[in-house]
Design a protein around this ligand. Structure first.
Ligand SMILES: [Fe+2]
Length: 439
């Protein structure tokens, strides 16, 4: 008898125990809690011929944006390719090969072809959603989910994850009301869905409602934080609201606490550390020796050149720490990626990573006109190297501060006007407007 998953899709090489472990790992992945890698690896030990088990393991590693993870994803592909597979599973195995090679565009095309035929394949949907995030593909963050909604009902297991993904995509496309509604619905169905809380957090960030954001994430942290491997990022969002309100003590308390106390070497966590310290640095805030710790932890990835978005954030730490040798080394890695990198990262590094990296270095050296030159016309295409609007706001902040320090009064006034328009309640935006007027 063919074993099927909870959505009725056949799984080659699985027994009931393997299928149960697959569902358990998937449920962990959908909420970003627990240890889905450990869960599926235990199942694969007992059932090494379980094709979708290897695929899930490869996807989990392949979504790390780190070199060791990409190697594990390639190993999972090697294990899966020789195993029995039906047409759907063969599509998964081919997509895993593309993901492990860093070819996000090819992988996304495979998943889309699969999802047109199997709209209930929520693993394909989630991994494609993450890769859409890595590519900054806002349209697909929303619409790849929307194209599947016809096949889902509230009663289906995992529906909360469909909602939370749709919520985030709606938010990235600027549909804040619908995004908030969907995000809140997702966590009402499954209070552990960290992506759902995150989607609502983004809505409150983009609507410039920091007080509401603080209330939202603080009042729900007991639900999204325990055993979550996504929690640092939600804590980072909470700190971002405090920063918007000029509550620097609260920011540093969160930074030294849940954001950085574990000194995580995970790239996604290091991005949050760099991004928060850089925002403080732009404000002229002394962050003590915090940069040194982040720079030392980033250093393990300095030669990898896997993902330009990571490399740009690593550069912030090296600039913050004043580490000239690592600045040169990281810039060289970025430029090498732009010229001869693997897969999607080549264009990401070439189009966005290198100019952003050069702007960060220029800012650290006080060459503010060079920062302006690199960033002013880049912002409309900056999404190509991934991340969210909230993360890429760092480029806006870097540019406006560089224009101010460069003494470029007209550009500074223009950018202050822009920021005041999108963030009407922001004390920082108000200060910029007042400074522009005074100049
Ligand atoms: Fe976020």
């Amino acid at each position: 008898m063919t074993i099927k998953d909870a959505r009725g899709l056949a799984m080659s090489g699985a027994d009931q125990a393997a299928a149960d472990a697959f569902e358990a790992a998937l449920a962990e992945f959908q909420c970003y809690v627990g240890n889905p890698v450990g869960t599926i690896e235990a199942a694969l030990q007992a059932q090494p011929g379980f094709t979708m088990g290897h695929v899930l393991r490869g996807y989990l590693y392949g979504s790390s944006s780190e070199a060791p993870g990409m190697r594990e994803a390639a190993a999972s592909f090697e294990a899966a390719r020789a195993l029995p597979a039906d047409a759907r599973e063969r599509q998964h195995v081919a997509a895993l090969a593309a993901l492990a090679a860093g070819d996000f565009a090819a992988a996304a095309q495979r998943w889309e072809a699969l999802l047109v035929e199997y709209p209930r394949d929520i693993l394909a949907l989630q991994i494609a959603h993450l890769v859409d995030f890595f590519r900054g593909d806002a349209r697909n963050l929303r619409d790849r989910i929307a194209r599947r909604l016809h096949a889902w009902t509230k009663a289906d297991p995992g529906y909360h994850a469909v909602l939370s993904m749709h919520a985030f995509g709606l938010e990235e496309m600027g549909e804040y009301d619908r995004a908030e509604e969907r995000g809140r619905e997702s966590v009402s169905i499954n209070p552990r869905d960290g992506w759902g809380y995150h989607a609502v957090a983004h809505v409150l960030e983009m609507r410039n409602q920091p007080e509401d954001g603080i209330r939202w994430l603080s009042s729900t942290s007991a639900k999204w934080a325990p055993e979550s491997f996504f929690k640092v990022h939600n804590w980072w969002h909470l700190a971002l609201y405090h920063l918007e309100l000029d509550q620097t003590d609260a920011v540093l308390k969160l930074y030294d606490g849940p954001i950085r106390s574990e000194r995580s070497a995970v790239a996604l966590d290091l991005i949050d550390a760099s991004a928060m310290l850089w925002r403080l640095y732009l404000r002229g805030q002394d962050v003590g020796d915090r940069w040194r710790e982040v720079a030392d932890t980033w250093a393990a990835t300095i030669e990898d050149g896997v993902y330009a978005f990571n490399d740009a954030h690593a550069l912030m730490a090296y600039v913050g720490a004043g580490d000239e040798a690592r600045i040169r080394q990281q810039l060289a890695t970025l430029r090498r990626s732009a010229e001869a990198g693997d897969g999607s990262n080549r264009a990401m590094a070439r189009d966005v990573g290198v100019p952003v990296g050069e702007a960060i270095v220029a800012f650290g050296q006080g060459r503010y006109c060079d920062v302006v030159e690199r960033l002013q016309h880049l912002r409309p295409i900056a999404s190509r190297f991934g991340g969210s609007h909230a993360q890429r706001d760092l480029l806006d902040l870097t540019l406006i501060e560089a224009a101010r320090r460069a003494g470029d009064r007209n550009l500074f006034a223009a950018l202050a006007s822009e920021r005041g328009s999108s963030r009407p309640r922001s004390p920082l935006a108000r200060r910029y407007r007042e400074a522009a007027q005074a100049a």
